[in-house]
Design a protein around this ligand. Structure first.
Ligand SMILES: NC(=O)c1ccc[n+]([C@@H]2O[C@H](COP(=O)([O-])OP(=O)(O)OC[C@H]3O[C@@H](n4cnc5c(N)ncnc54)[C@H](O)[C@@H]3O)[C@@H](O)[C@H]2O)c1
Length: 351
């Protein structure tokens, strides 16, 4: 009881410090190590960090990411499992904090190959944490996911909802969140776990965008369908939602990136370990998204309605009030059409 009151008071105090600091420009440049910085969300975060004057070092094994996503001279091709190389790099760069994106991310694949997911996502993160302890780096922002909540019965989802992942991907993130708790208790290594909903959109200037292979996300698939004329499949049209299709919370990748930067500052200012949802709080159905794609592109999205996909909850929408209140975050690109327009600009550039 006393411990939780103490924690709350510390959080309030740190929020006050952060608000004061946010009014005092310029921002202190930080030395940040970003794992998975050649991937989709990582590369957008690296771009934003550099723009805000921070010194960034990227670690990526390029298993899924792309060299062209990382500015010259910043990429270190290292696998998360190489604890010694990570330790050497963090010592050499005198890192202040780590932002940890590197992971495998496909739910379906994790159901077929759980060992690969647990090895890469859990053992990989453990190796990184071990390296951080050896290098004396004390703060980490971790890419967690709405998948830690499994199939919640109600939405919007609060951070206090039960943690009950329903696939190895989500479970791998739960396990890392647990590891982080122990590393805080034992090594005083503080962490922020950001539980993202549906990352989407692209850099407004189209310098970066979403290039997953294989692609499983709705917006790039719908845009590809517009470009190729090949229909996409909607998984289920008979849900208990207004138009029968699943509702998700689409969060612009740059708004997500900004949440990481705020979380790093929060930790470096002494904020205690915590977990935050990152979403807009507004749900959009698959058909609403298809309509938005049609409006932005001026073309029809060819699609067929197939059966439901196992494990897909009807609605996943975040309550991100805690992130807004404690870290002062607010999304800049919450409008669906803006998200789609940025993704479309990138998709057209790729042709
Ligand atoms: N995309 C989403 O909607 C979403 C939603 C919730 C959570 N997340 C989480 O956000 C993070 C980033 O997702 P993304 O969409 O940018 O994925 P991504 O696949 O584009 O990026 C992941 C990057 O990590 C690298 N990587 C993977 N394993 C590695 C290893 N062992 N060592 C070094 N590098 C390695 C890959 O090469 C890739 O560049 C992931 O942790 C993911 O679980 C993503």
């Amino acid at each position: 009881m006393g411990g939780s009151l103490h924690k709350q008071l510390r959080a309030i105090w740190h929020r006050a410090v952060m608000l004061l600091q946010s009014s005092l420009e310029p921002v202190t440049p930080r030395k940040i190590l970003v794992t998975g910085g050649a991937g989709y969300i990582g590369s957008h975060t690296v771009r934003l960090l550099l723009r805000q004057g921070h010194d960034v070092t990227v670690v990526d094994n390029l298993s899924k990411g792309y060299r062209h996503n990382v500015p010259a001279g910043r990429l270190h091709e290292i696998d998360l499992s190489d604890t010694a190389a990570l330790t050497r790099l963090m010592k050499a760069k005198q890192c202040d904090a780590v932002i940890h994106f590197a992971a495998f991310i496909a739910v379906g694949e994790s159901m077929r190959e759980p060992a690969r997911y647990f090895t890469n996502n859990v053992a990989g993160s453990l190796s990184l944490l071990d390296a951080m302890v050896q290098a004396g780096v004390k703060h980490i922002v971790f890419s967690s996911t709405a998948a830690v909540y499994g199939n919640p019965h109600t939405s919007p989802i609060l951070e206090t909802f039960p943690i009950q992942a329903v696939n190895p991907y989500g479970e791998s993130k739960v396990m890392v969140e647990t590891l982080l708790g122990w590393f805080d208790q034992i090594h005083r290594l503080t962490s922020v776990c950001l539980r993202y909903f549906n990352a989407s959109g692209a850099d407004p200037e189209a310098a970066l965008g979403e290039e997953h292979e294989p692609e499983t996300h709705l917006i790039p698939l719908a845009l590809r369908a517009v470009q190729t004329g090949k229909p996409i499949t909607i998984f289920g049209g008979d849900y208990t939602t207004p138009d029968g299709t699943c509702i998700r919370d689409y969060i612009h990748v740059n708004d997500l990136a900004q949440a990481h930067i705020l979380a790093v500052e929060y930790l470096l200012n002494g904020g205690p370990s915590d977990q935050f949802n990152v979403g807009t709080g507004a749900g959009s159905s698959v058909l609403e998204m298809i309509r938005a794609v049609e409006e932005v592109t001026g073309k029809k999205v060819p699609y067929v309605v197939g059966p439901r996909r196992e494990g897909d909850p009807p609605s996943l929408v975040a309550n991100s009030q805690k992130l807004r209140d404690r870290l002062g975050w607010s999304p800049q690109y919450a409008d669906l059409r803006t998200i789609v327009a940025h993704a479309w600009k990138f998709a057209e550039k790729q042709k």
